[in-house]
Design a protein around this ligand. Structure first.
Ligand SMILES: Cc1cc2nc3c(=O)[nH]c(=O)nc-3n(C[C@H](O)[C@H](O)[C@H](O)COP(=O)(O)O)c2cc1C
Length: 180
């Protein structure tokens, strides 16, 4: 199997698994014959990299190549920057997380997104945005940063913008949860 310039010895790869594919597990899997392993995901938001957990995730010392790192994010510029830093730390393959690791947060985000679209369609964009505000407040009440988020939500009358603010808020929550 070939990935870009990397010719792998066999087709046995360790999938990226949050909370599982840490360095000791990757090392064991390589010893047992995996041709490549992928790190636990790291957030593309480098401001979240200060925690012990994140620092451990960025440690690939002594690992046989090609080192592959999974990055989670939504902003191309941040993702590129995170990829560059990981490449400096030894990564040769960057894997982009296309799903969702923080299942609970993501489920709430998905349900809310759908709910908002229905509210906008049912009440009409103008009125729907207003009706949606109290629902958004209920959905977000137990999350950190909820007050600032609700303030932003209350300041827009635009349905598309409302969806965007909600998406950004839950994206940040996911990344924070990851780095915690
Ligand atoms: C505990 C666990 C954690 C996972 N975490 C991630 C993850 O962080 N990123 C990702 O892309 N996939 C993640 N996955 C999905 C796996 O990488 C893989 O795609 C999935 O298990 C399907 O592969 P399989 O058919 O060999 O099991 C996770 C899977 C499990 C079981």
């Amino acid at each position: 199997m070939r990935i870009g310039p990397h010719l792998l010895e066999n087709r046995l790869l360790l999938a990226p698994m949050a909370g599982v594919s840490d360095r000791p597990f990757r090392q064991i899997c390589r010893q047992l014959g995996a041709a490549m392993t992928v790190s636990e995901m790291v957030s593309a938001d480098t401001t979240l990299w200060g925690t012990r957990k994140s620092l451990r995730r960025l440690d690939f010392r002594g690992e046989p190549g090609p080192v592959s790192v999974q990055i989670l994010g939504a902003e191309p510029r941040k993702m590129a920057e995170a990829a560059r830093i990981n490449a400096d730390l030894g990564a040769r393959i960057i894997d982009i997380n296309m799903g969702c690791p923080a299942k609970k947060v993501c489920r709430v985000a998905a349900i809310l997104h759908e709910h908002l679209q229905h509210l906008h369609a049912f009440h009409g964009a103008r009125h729907g945005v207003r009706v949606a505000r109290k629902h958004i407040a209920w959905y977000s009440r137990r999350y950190p940063g909820g007050a600032t988020f609700r303030k932003a939500i209350n300041q827009t009358d635009c349905a598309r913008r409302q969806l965007e603010i909600v998406k950004d808020f839950f994206q940040q929550l996911t990344e924070r949860e990851l780095a915690a």
